[in-house]
Design a binder for this molecule. Structure first.
Ligand SMILES: C[S@@+](CC[C@H](N)C(=O)[O-])C[C@H]1O[C@@H](n2cnc3c(N)ncnc32)[C@H](O)[C@@H]1O
Length: 274
């Protein structure tokens, strides 16, 4: 049972951490192109129809929205808790007709004013939602019959023999794996989607174990806070460096696994049903 106080605390922290992240986030994306590649991969995996309408939940600075617009000519409305991420993305997105709004992904019906979409997508954002059933309920109400909800998840670092390399890196650092790396785990997000849609398809995307990408990814202030909560940003950066240096003997052997899932709304189902 998630309390309102816990939800509020998580969301305040999320908005605050991402408000501090927008510059480094942008620099990371320019260097690695990770979030746009992840959005493209999710779109092709779920066979997203060109020129469809998309609600992008946890849109950040619009990186995934721009990829969907560029590659599929989608019209996109992005919603994000962090005012600074949204304002950083508005310039480039605005000229493409992509709308970005500050708002809570657990309050989608009100935030979107009742607009209905072909897809509701969460690119690398759903694991930060404290009440996943609630956001999926809201997403479902914003979806046309026949539409789809899909998400991509937090990265897993997997060794050649299947071992959890992030756990190994923490072990080598002499620390326990942090409890709140994700607020909602993959199984819970899948369960919520399955319960709401009545169907579920799981997918994943494997990338090489790129330690430089991982170090840069976890140096984004919000990501570093998920690994080393309660420490200063400078200290978190130092820890992240050592953490991934501890895996240098694994480079070229393991992989990064991005889990995904999709659920679809029955084509014959009228709005307001379920
Ligand atoms: C890792 S970023 C991904 C951003 C974007 N989807 C991309 O692909 O670049 C996660 C984003 O989710 C947003 N977020 C987390 N919880 C949210 C909520 N309850 N409502 C709206 N946005 C949320 C954060 O503010 C952050 O910008």
């Amino acid at each position: 049972m998630v309390t309102d106080a816990f939800k509020e605390r998580v969301k305040r922290n999320v908005a605050d951490h991402f408000d501090r992240s927008y510059r480094i986030y942008q620099a990371f994306e320019v260097k690695h192109g990770l979030f746009s590649a992840l959005a493209s991969h999710m779109a092709s995996t779920i066979r997203l129809t060109p020129r469809s309408s998309v609600l992008d939940v946890g849109c950040g600075n619009g990186v995934s929205a721009m990829a969907l617009h560029r590659e599929y000519a989608c019209s996109v409305l992005g919603v994000d808790l962090s005012p600074k991420m949204v304002s950083a993305g508005r310039g480039a997105c605005g000229t493409l007709g992509i709308r970005l709004m500050v708002g809570d992904g657990e309050d989608l019906v009100r935030v979107t004013g009742g607009e209905i979409f072909d897809y509701v997508l969460y690119n690398a954002s759903i694991f930060i939602f404290p009440d996943v059933s609630h956001t999926i309920d809201e997403a479902f109400q914003c979806l046309r019959p026949g539409g789809k909800i899909a998400f991509s998840f937090y990265p897993e670092l997997v060794g050649a023999n299947g071992q959890d390399l992030l756990a190994l890196a923490f072990e080598r650092l002499g620390l326990a794996l942090p409890r709140y790396r994700v607020i909602t785990d993959y199984a819970a997000a899948c369960r919520a989607l399955q319960e709401r849609c009545g169907n579920l398809r799981r997918h994943c995307w494997q990338r090489p174990l790129d330690l430089e990408l991982l170090e840069d990814f976890f140096t984004i202030p919000a990501q570093s806070a998920s690994l080393f909560p309660g420490r200063s940003y400078e200290e978190r950066c130092r820890c992240v460096k050592v953490l991934f240096r501890n895996l240098s003997d694994m480079a070229g052997t393991g992989h990064i696994l991005w889990r995904m899932a999709e659920g679809s709304r029955e084509p014959g189902e009228a709005q307001g049903q379920r």
